[in-house]
Design a protein around this ligand. Structure first.
Ligand code: GDP
Ligand code: IMO
Ligand code: MG
Length: 424
């Protein structure tokens, strides 16, 4: 049986914290897509740490953590992260496994990412510049190198061949930076990667499932960044939605049970692209400062706005969400009123559908206003004693989305999560 946990917005919903919280109930925690563009924050023994490549179950010693074939892997980031994880006393060699089909991010992928963003000028995606797009391009273009190739004696020849192709691309993009230091780091990190538990991922996980193990699939990014269903072209290059679990791990859809959708009590986005409920005023600034809304991977300020039910309903639909987890409710503690976007107004017409090419349209959000709770909720441990105006907000989301809001987070800590007791 597999449960999926993924973001319903534009990423950074607090997935890492929730995976860490849920991990004790599972045997295997598996990443199925994305790469070091992800930044999943966890608090371990009260100490903050951010994971980019390694699944967020790594701090639970007895759990198996799998990097699936759908992920793109940067050996340099992995090495650094292994050092961080080891500093917490985790023996990652024991409980971290990597699929041999996982594609590698090469130094030239990072260079191409940078060069193509520069070439786009004002139209840039706002990529994290981790080489994600170029690595997935080489996967679908059938050029990429995979973790399993590292064990082939011809690896270096294959690498040089691909590097040559990339160099031609870089020349055409007028990119002439010296990346020899990156390459040195890369080859150094490959030495560590070769020593890992490299497994035939799809047999590995199906064998676990056959034995009755419970798997938690950990999404990266968010549904509105999905390459097919997000705000294209301002998206990432993988399928971030629940369907990505099957192709990203090599498992059948019948194995999937719950789909946990994580949303903030408001909304953020980092990078370019449409964001209908964005607040460019002092309320947006207040949310950013209160919520410490600065990227976990790049440190960039996150754009902040009201919760968007049009986008959330869409995300629930395409993912088959069965339970909602709402994070960062405490960030709204001081607001007098809160807005919820129910519909979009486009060319004088109301719609509750996410339109094609949002970025080419003038979208005006249609809001419903709620009273703020004006209470410090960070120490509350039972839903019953949450403020009434907050419950009214949650009740509305619950009904409007048609999916129960089962958990509410009221702080970044491991223990700051409250069960609502809501069911369908
Ligand atoms: P992820 O990419 O979805 O794992 O999310 P990030 O780690 O990038 O960003 C979420 C941020 O919010 C992190 O700094 C978390 O520590 C923090 N966080 C998570 N849940 C809560 C919450 O309920 N309240 C507050 N104040 N912070 C939270
Ligand atoms: P987690 O897993 C938020 C955004 C980037 C950019 C776009 C494309 O922490 O939620 P890419 O580097 O993938 O080519 O960037 O996607 N982006 C994220 N935004 N959280 C993430 O991951 C993101 N990963 C990518 O800012 O707009
Ligand atoms: Mg993040």
């Amino acid at each position: 049986m597999i449960d999926v946990l993924l973001g319903l917005q534009w990423g950074d919903e607090g997935k890492g914290k929730i995976v860490d919280y849920f991990a004790p109930g599972y045997d295997v925690i598996a990443r199925f897509q994305g790469g070091p563009n992800a930044g999943h924050t966890l608090y371990v023994d009260g100490k903050k740490t951010v994971l980019h490549q390694i699944p967020s179950g790594i701090f639970h010693e007895e759990k198996v953590n799998l990097i699936g074939n759908g992920v793109v892997l940067d050996p340099v980031t992995l090495k650094r992260e292994c050092e961080t994880v080891a500093s917490f006393g985790v023996d990652y060699r024991k409980n971290l496994f990597i699929s041999e089909r996982t594609h590698l991010i090469l130094p030239t992928h990072r260079a191409i990412d940078k060069a193509s963003e520069l070439a786009k000028g004002n139209d840039k995606i706002g990529s994290t510049l981790k080489g994600i797009g170029p690595a997935y391009m080489d996967k679908t273009g059938r050029n990429g190198l995979r973790v399993g190739d590292l064990l082939d004696k011809n690896f270096t020849t294959q690498y040089i061949r691909l590097r040559l192709k990339h160099q031609k691309m870089l020349e055409s993009l007028n990119f002439h930076e010296d990346i020899s230091a990156w390459e040195e780091e890369f080859f150094d990190a490959l030495e560590l990667l070769r020593q890992f538990n490299i497994v035939n991922g799809e047999y590995f996980i199906n064998d676990k499932l056959r034995k009755g193990n419970k798997v938690l699939a950990e999404g990266a990014q968010g549904s509105m960044l999905d390459v097919d269903f997000g705000t294209f072209p301002f998206v990432t290059s993988s399928n971030t939605i629940s369907a990505g679990v099957c192709t990203g791990l090599g498992v059948a859809p019948q194995q999937i049970r719950e789909v946990f959708g994580v949303t903030k009590a408001y909304c953020t986005r980092v990078g370019s692209g449409p964001f209908p409920t964005e607040l460019l005023d002092e309320t947006g600034e207040l949310i950013r400062n209160t919520g410490h809304e600065f990227g976990s991977t790049t440190g960039r300020p996150r754009r902040c706005g009201w919760i968007d039910l049009v986008a959330l309903r869409f995300a629930c639909m395409i993912n088959g969400v069965t339970q909602i987890i709402m994070t960062k409710a405490d960030v709204l503690d001081n607001l007098d009123t809160l807005n919820v976007c129910d519909k979009y107004l486009i060319d004088g017409r109301e719609t509750d559908e996410v339109p094609f090419q949002m970025n080419r349209l003038q979208i005006e959000p249609v809001y419903r206003t709620f009273e703020g709770w004006k209470t410090d909720i960070t120490g509350i441990t039972a839903y019953d004693v949450m403020p009434g105006s907050m419950k009214a907000y949650i009740d509305y989301l619950d009904t409007a989305l048609g999916v129960p809001v089962k958990y509410i987070c009221n702080g970044p800590g491991r223990e700051q999560i409250v069960v609502t007791g809501k069911n369908k």
